[in-house]
Design a protein around this ligand. Structure first.
Ligand SMILES: C[S@@+](CC[C@H](N)C(=O)[O-])C[C@H]1O[C@@H](n2cnc3c(N)ncnc32)[C@H](O)[C@@H]1O
Length: 451
């Protein structure tokens, strides 16, 4: 890739390296036309209309330098002209101006090395030409780990690519290639080390929360950041949220940070371990209860459990602060009228297991029915919870996707939505050329839970 300049600052081409990076071959000396002027005049040259388009504009290269001879009272102003000591390429106006300023024109050598060029530029210089167009300098970052998804044709160069990505990105300490296989049960990616430390324990920041986890043992996808934020924004601080497939807590922890009470579940023992760590790390242990159960068992009993062991009422932190600043705390009376009741009712279910979450929806059938008065939660569930269920579809047209997803959801719920039902669909992202991820949100129909 050439810079926007007459100078050719592209790296030297070395396609013979194979899979092992040799940084030492990346050297280039660019002979650049420069004006040596008394120091106070350097600013005049930079501001002059006549030289406006002639000053060097290479990334990371300064246009004014101290004089390499060591003279303290002179400076070099570099031009974007590669001629050896001739002013021929400068426009007439520029030449006249320089003459008027008694500038001494010389050739200055700008030395570039491996550190100068971007990852993209280096890869274009070392990969076989036919692989350059799609050169994989793009990657996702989780904590200190950069993960690339290399196509088969790049595999012979995978360590070289990994090393360049590592060298060129300060926050990256480890570069991995995501392998095509994904753990069938717990959805985490299998990966191979390309460059850097074999350290997979990451600390990642999202939505003002800290998450730690072992990237080789649990599911994490930084591309879901906006989806995590979107759902958390739908929740009110007073809400109780049940996260059925919680992972290490990217919905649960931020929701708790805004005041929600959260029942967070994940069947993967490693996810559960890091979920608990993240709850502690973010100081939300009074608001998040972690579970390690199969999603179906969790769904079947969680409404009862939330009612039997309610969360304390939501307290606005601002109110608490101003109360403690301005007045003594009110006398504690259990029947105090101003106090909201404990939180027993789940307002939202989050079901982010797109591959199969829909399959779990039949667990909602009849969960509030039965003669047992203990199970009768109708007094609590005056408003039914919203369910946010993630799923994949191969239908790319929005209308067809909606039809496909609704049909599968209706089949599992054993219920056909009517125009009176609250149902909406949100396109989360395209995961592959012919695969979209959606989130269907609907209010749980009474007919289903009392079936
Ligand atoms: C796609 S990940 C989503 C994690 C997290 N909610 C997020 O947004 O990053 C799905 C999670 O469901 C968990 N999981 C898979 N099968 C499960 C099951 N039968 N019951 C409960 N959790 C399950 C996996 O361990 C994984 O952490």
């Amino acid at each position: 890739m050439r810079h926007r300049s007459d100078l050719d600052a592209s790296p030297p081409v070395h396609r013979e390296m194979g899979d092992s990076l040799d940084r030492s071959v990346f050297h280039k000396s660019l002979p650049v036309l420069a004006a040596r002027v008394p120091s106070p005049k350097a600013g005049i040259l930079l501001k002059s209309e006549a030289l406006k388009r002639c000053i060097i504009d290479l990334p990371k290269i300064k246009s004014v330098l101290s004089d390499p001879t060591g003279a303290k009272d002179t400076r070099l102003v570099l031009f974007r002209v590669a001629q050896e000591g001739t002013v021929a390429d400068l426009p007439h106006e520029a030449r006249q101006f320089l003459h008027g300023q008694s500038a001494d024109l010389i050739t200055h050598s700008v030395d570039l090395d491996y550190d100068y060029w971007t990852a993209d530029e280096i890869l274009h210089a070392v990969l076989p030409e036919e692989l350059c167009d799609e050169a994989p300098s793009g990657f996702a970052i989780t904590g200190h780990i950069a993960h690339i998804n290399l196509n088969d044709e790049y595999l012979p160069y995978k360590h070289l690519i990994g090393q360049v990505v590592l060298d060129k990105n300060k926050v990256v300490r480890t570069v991995v290639n995501k392998l095509n296989s994904i753990d069938a049960k717990f959805r985490f990616f299998k990966m191979e080390l390309l460059a850097g430390d074999p350290d997979y324990l990451v600390e990642h920041h999202e939505s003002n929360c800290r998450f730690v986890f072992d990237f080789t043992r649990v599911y994490w996808n930084s591309r879901l950041h906006t989806e995590h934020d979107r759902l958390v924004q739908l929740f009110q601080p007073e809400d109780v949220v049940a996260d059925v497939f919680a992972g290490v807590g990217p919905f649960a922890v931020p929701a708790a940070k805004k005041g929600c009470a959260v029942l967070a579940n994940d069947l993967n023992p490693d996810s559960y371990l890091y979920l608990k760590k993240n709850i502690d790390l973010n100081r939300v242990s009074d608001l998040v209860r972690p579970f390690c159960e199969d999603g179906r068992d969790f769904l079947k009993s969680i409404m009862q459990r939330a009612a039997q062991q309610p969360f304390p009422p939501y307290k606005d932190p601002k109110e608490l602060k101003s109360r403690s600043r301005h007045a003594p705390p009110p006398a504690k009376t259990p029947t105090s009228r101003t106090e909201s009741p404990p939180r027993k009712r789940i307002s939202h279910f989050v079901m982010n297991l797109p591959d199969s979450a829909i399959e779990f929806l039949d667990a909602f059938r009849g969960i509030l029915s039965g003669g047992d008065p203990e199970r009768n939660l109708s007094g609590i569930y005056d408003v039914m919870p919203m369910v946010h269920c993630h799923c994949f579809t191969r239908e790319l047209e929005p209308d067809k996707a909606a039809k496909d997803i609704r049909a599968r959801v209706e089949e599992k719920l054993g219920y056909k939505f009517t125009d009176d039902d609250e149902v909406s669909l949100h396109l989360v992202r395209s995961v592959a050329p012919n695969k979209e991820m959606y989130c269907i949100s609907f209010r749980l129909p009474r007919a289903v839970v009392y079936a």
